[in-house]
Ligand binder design. Structure first.
Ligand SMILES: *Cc1c(COP(=O)(O)O)cnc(C)c1O
Length: 393
């Protein structure tokens, strides 16, 4: 070994920047949503690292809070749940030609099937000599995954033929809604009607379904007639609202993620000070700038100038461009007087939290970025350490 190689300590990010994940909030959100959905079963959707909240910790919390099922997009995500020791039923629904169906069947992961996957799943079942569990997916109008209505009877027949051969079990029929976040739109009614028809076709052909499911978070909240045997809830378990005109609190939910850092530099600047790349902001008077050491590499969209940052109980807008690692807030003239010790240096800077203290919330960042709350939390990058609070462990 080279004498020049010295052990490098594991990086310790300390509290420099962190996404604090409140597992008790997630547990409470699940209990609340479960009660709304009952007697339907509850699937906690934990894809995409649980919308940025940490898949394994959230999955454990969800099961402890009574979620009977876990849902992921990818089989690889389902396998990670199994590797972490989670034994609850898992459904994974978005596959490619390279998806490892054999590993999925071996690990008792239920598979969504829109058509072409059927032969591949059957091949895996043959190889393992054990039946696969599948949920047939019907496209009721979303136009993404799912079998067309034309091909549905043929898919059902093919699946039931393999079921009769002992190669698989058709456990469920499911679909996904397109506009449930806009409850006044008529297309959800059409989708539910097509879903009932597809279920009827499958049952008439002899399928004995354990679970019929179509509801996501907005449908779980606004359409009891969409609950069927199970609801699949993502956004809501993280405490976020899927509706433009209803806050988390109005829905009885508590946002689980707080994103915070600390002010890295605080300085007084004169009139005419330009700020950040492009110098898009020029101070109109002498003021105090606070440097917030979080940027688009941490997952805050570059476009989100104007987004809120709370320091010492006051919320300030981001001025100038958001850069890779940092952004700047305008603390106002003589701001230092507002801080103990005369400087905001080191003060906690909260980009968003649960909003109960009147502090900033994810939706304000979504508005500043022209996107939805889903995208803001999901894209908080791995550079931001997650810190778990409120959990059993
Ligand atoms: C992501 C996803 C969900 C969860 O949607 P939310 O709106 O976050 O509740 C449910 N079903 C499918 C098929 C999904 O892809």
């Amino acid at each position: 070994m080279s004498p020049f190689v010295v052990p490098v300590p594991a990086p310790s990010y300390g509290l420099e920047r962190q996404a604090i994940i409140d597992l008790s909030a997630i547990a409470n959100n699940i209990r609340h949503l479960r009660a709304l959905a009952a007697p339907a079963k509850f699937m906690a959707v934990v894809k995409a690292d649980a919308y940025g909240h940490g898949m394994i910790q959230v999955a454990r919390t969800a099961v402890a809070a009574g979620a009977q099922w876990l849902g992921t997009a990818h089989v690889s995500e389902g396998l990670a749940l199994r590797a972490a020791g989670l034994e609850a039923p898992v459904l994974s629904w978005l596959h490619t030609q390279d998806t490892d169906f054999t590993a999925a069947v071996a690990n008792e992961i239920d598979l969504g099937c829109s058509g072409w996957e059927l032969e591949r799943i059957v091949a895996a079942a043959r190889e393992l000599q054990r039946p696969a569990r599948i949920h047939l997916k019907i496209d009721t109008g979303l136009g993404r995954n799912g079998c067309s209505r034309e091909n549905w009877p043929a898919l059902v027949a093919a699946a039931l033929k393999y079921q009769a051969q002992g190669l698989l079990r058709v456990v469920g029929v499911f679909s996904h809604l397109a506009v449930a976040d806009e409850p006044q739109r008529p297309e959800t009614d059409e989708q539910l009607e097509r879903f009932r028809e597809a279920v009827a076709v499958a049952e008439a052909a002899g399928a004995q379904l354990e679970v019929r499911h179509i509801a996501n978070t907005p449908a779980t909240l606004s359409r009891p007639d969409s609950h069927f045997d199970m609801v699949r809830v993502g956004l809501g378990i993280y405490g976020l609202s899927p509706f433009e005109d209803h806050s988390s609190a109005e829905l009885g939910l508590t946002p689980a993620m707080t994103l915070q850092t600390q002010i890295a530099l605080c300085k007084d600047v004169p009139t005419g000070q330009g700020v950040s790349y492009g110098l898009n902001f020029i101070s109109e008077a002498a003021t105090t700038l606070g440097l917030v050491p979080v940027g688009y590499a941490d997952g805050i969209p570059r476009i989100a100038t104007g987004g809120p940052v709370r320091v010492n109980g006051v919320t300030y807008p981001v001025v100038g461009r958001i850069a890779m690692d940092q952004m700047v807030i305008d603390l106002g003239p003589d701001a230092c007087a507002a801080f103990d010790g005369g400087s905001a240096l080191g003060a906690t800077a909260v980009l968003f939290g649960n909003g109960t203290d009147g502090g900033p919330v994810v939706e304000q960042w979504a508005a500043a970025a022209g996107t939805v709350n889903y995208e803001i939390v999901t894209r908080i990058s791995p550079r931001v350490p997650r810190r778990y609070v409120g959990g059993a462990e």
